[in-house]
Design a binder for this molecule. Structure first.
Ligand code: GSH
Length: 103
């Protein structure tokens, strides 16, 4: 689902790559694993920390159609899901096209 990005963010970065948003909180191993995979793909995700701001948690839940776990990941404004879904995309070769904005 293509959703309104966090704080009016553009869906693309300056170099034409898809903007990646990652809602997270400290102490979450799934968040770290997701961030690690993205960085390995050359992506600098926009990290949105939710534990200090209930409004940001609500924003995450709204944008991800009710999901309450972290991480929740968006690529070019499209909800991807959590860490497992991100890794599943990578395993079937679908992550890079999304990051390039090709799909
Ligand atoms: N299968 C999920 C697991 C995510 C998960 O269990 N996250 C934990 C934190 S590491 C969580 O959000 N627990 C509930 C909570 O903290 O409110 C994924 O791949 O993202």
């Amino acid at each position: 689902m293509l959703e309104k990005p966090h704080a009016g963010l553009d869906h693309q970065t300056g170099d034409g790559q898809a903007a990646v948003e990652l809602y997270w909180r400290p102490g979450c191993p799934y968040c770290m694993a997701a961030e690690h995979l993205l960085r390995r793909k050359g992506v600098q995700p926009i990290m949105i920390r939710i534990d200090h701001d209930p409004g940001l948690r609500e924003e995450m839940i709204r944008r991800s159609a009710g999901r309450t776990t972290v991480p929740q990941i968006f690529i070019a404004g499209r909800h991807i899901g959590g860490c497992d879904e991100l890794h599943a995309l990578e395993e079937r070769g679908a992550l890079e096209p999304l990051l390039r904005g090709a799909t």
